[in-house]
Design a protein around this ligand. Structure first.
Ligand code: SF4
Length: 325
């Protein structure tokens, strides 16, 4: 069984159908208690200081003994830096499999990309569809965690983030992950309600900060909508797997994301939105579009390296939450 690294969410059903282990490199990086050392290690190897910390972390996870056999690199629909990341992987002798989400959501092109991945990993559409049905059961349970977060108020913003983001690779073991989800659902179903008075949405790439959600809760605000993480969990009830990856908003440009965010703001009764941006990330430009298109107060915060929320950002969060009260 090979361990297949992923630079972001790709059709994980194909990797599992091929009998391989999917490994979301982002999750390995950020859950490492030496995550900032991984960033520094990439800089020591020659990665520029003014490149996003996630890219440097991913590089180190693979190159410094992450036990990864191949990497599926998303060359369209995620991050322009992935191209150079791929090249540095190749330089280090790592086998790369490119995958591209078509910018215009073209069904045939997406199906072709998936077909190529199926051929390359040596599986079939029938097996992929079988795995999809298996994963649909788990995705439904994770969607229930999300519902308990915003509707029953029994799940923290952090747990909402954690379970949804883990659906990119199901922690490499679907059955074990499902058992963890089942245990958490039992616990959350019986938990008492959170009583924060401010309900927030979190949009943008996942935070490199390690304590953002708990800090927000300490000042009386809870994240009840994690935009990109929810997309990774794909709570879309469709039978066609190509359509599932077309409905997934993250790789296709900001306007589809805005439609989704608007609907969730309304449904979840949000008071405001935190837009997280990563230092040196091209997606920072999208902040001006969110500000123009979303009708709720927005606080934009920026993170650079793994670690706790810095004092200046805490102060800005405090003022934002006060302003929303
Ligand atoms: S945060 Fe931005 S620059 Fe960094 S990996 Fe993600 S998309 Fe790329």
């Amino acid at each position: 069984m090979s361990r297949i690294g992923m630079t972001t969410t790709v059709p994980v059903e194909i990797i599992l159908a091929a009998g391989q282990v999917p490994v979301d490199l982002n999750n390995i990086f950020i859950s490492d208690n030496q995550a900032s050392v991984l960033v520094e290690a990439a800089e020591d190897e020659g990665y520029p200081r003014n490149i996003c910390g996630w890219i440097k972390g991913l590089y180190s996870v693979v190159v410094s003994g992450g036990n990864i056999d191949k990497v599926i690199a998303v060359t369209q629909g995620d991050c322009s830096n992935t191209h150079a990341l791929m090249e540095t992987f190749q330089l280090a002798g790592i086998e790369i499999i490119p995958f591209a989400f078509p910018f215009d959501r073209d069904y045939d092109l997406l199906r072709l990309q998936m077909d190529k991945l199926i051929q390359l990993l040596g599986t079939s559409w029938e097996d992929v569809q079988r795995v999809k049905h298996r994963l649909d059961v788990v995705r439904k349970k994770v969607a229930e965690i999300d519902r308990l977060t915003w509707q029953e108020n029994t799940v923290s913003g952090w747990h909402n983030h954690l379970y949804q983001i883990s659906c990119s690779d199901f922690n490499g073991n679907v059955s074990e992950f499902e058992q963890t989800v089942d245990r958490f659902l039992l616990q959350a179903g019986a938990a008492s309600e959170f009583d924060e008075d401010i309900r927030l949405g979190y949009i943008g790439v996942p935070p490199i900060f390690t304590d953002l959600y708990s800090y927000l809760e300490s000042v009386g605000a809870r994240v009840v909508f994690n935009e990109v993480q929810r997309q990774f969990a794909m709570p879309f009830p469709v039978d066609d797997i190509v359509e599932q990856y077309r409905l997934y908003t993250y790789p296709y440009g900001v306007f589809g994301r805005i439609e989704d965010i608007r609907a969730e703001i309304e449904k979840r009764n949000l008071d405001g939105v935190i837009h997280y941006v990563q230092s040196f990330c091209f997606r920072q430009i999208e902040d001006m579009i969110f500000r123009e298109k979303l009708d709720v107060p927005i606080l934009t915060i920026e993170g650079d390296k793994p670690g706790k929320v810095d004092a200046r950002t805490k102060l800005r969060i405090d003022s934002f939450v006060e302003m929303l009260r």
